[in-house]
Design a protein around this ligand. Structure first.
Ligand code: FMN
Length: 201
């Protein structure tokens, strides 16, 4: 049975444009595979705290030595990693905020990138351990940034997911959403068409 991890990062939660498009993609996948199991993390509604020294220390402390508070923090991070490890598909709804990914998504990456668990260092460099997964990023932007230096998201997400071993990655772009109603509708229609095509493969 296939397992999908669906992550939204819009501050508007399920009302975000990126969330709406990502949800459409997930629903199309579900229609093709009704038995598919879906884990949904809405980081806008339930943000992961930023990784600070207290949280990193809790995660790095041996299980037997953790205080109850450290144990709770470590279990939270372990749960995020387990969701990723068990998924064979990943769908990310990612709006552009101030030229980057939402800080809640960065916080999620900070919690799931763990040496020896999701990646490891080898003599020839780092090796991602989350192999054999397909990922789709649905990104929404007020302006147009694709293939421009202002698009810091696509490179970052390709690098970050690749670092974890997730290299089968596709992007769906909904851009120019704040450049007038005609452009917005055109862009949303194009993104929906791409979603339909991707969901059919
Ligand atoms: C706090 C904030 C920052 C934004 N920064 C950018 C930006 O740097 N570039 C851009 O093209 N659009 C920017 N936008 C517009 C959003 O990318 C656009 O409205 C997008 O559709 C939001 O997706 P969402 O509805 O899924 O949250 C910003 C919007 C907000 C709320």
């Amino acid at each position: 049975m296939s397992q999908l991890l669906h992550i939204d990062a819009s501050l508007f939660s399920s009302d975000g444009v990126s969330s709406t498009l990502a949800r459409e993609f997930v629903e199309r996948l579900r229609a093709r595979d009704p038995k598919m199991r879906v884990t949904h993390r809405d980081l806008g509604r339930a943000p992961i705290p930023h990784l600070d020294a207290e949280r990193l220390s809790a995660i790095n402390t041996a299980a037997a030595q953790r205080t109850p508070a450290q144990q709770r923090i470590a279990e939270e991070a372990d749960r995020l990693i387990a969701e990723l490890q068990t998924a064979d598909r990943l769908v990310l709804g990612v709006p552009m905020y101030n030229f980057g990914v939402p800080s809640v998504l960065k916080a999620w990456f900070d919690h799931v990138a763990r040496a020896g668990v999701t990646f490891r260092y080898t003599a020839t460099g780092p090796q991602g351990l989350l192999t054999g997964k397909r990922a789709v990023v649905v990104t929404s932007r007020g302006g147009r940034h694709r293939d421009q230096p202002t698009d810091t998201q696509s490179g970052y997400l390709t690098t970050m997911l690749g670092f974890l071993g997730i290299t089968d990655l596709e992007f769906v772009y909904a851009e120019g959403l704040n450049l007038g109603e005609t452009e917005r509708q055109h862009s949303l229609a194009a993104a929906t068409q791409t979603i339909q095509q991707l969901a059919a493969t």
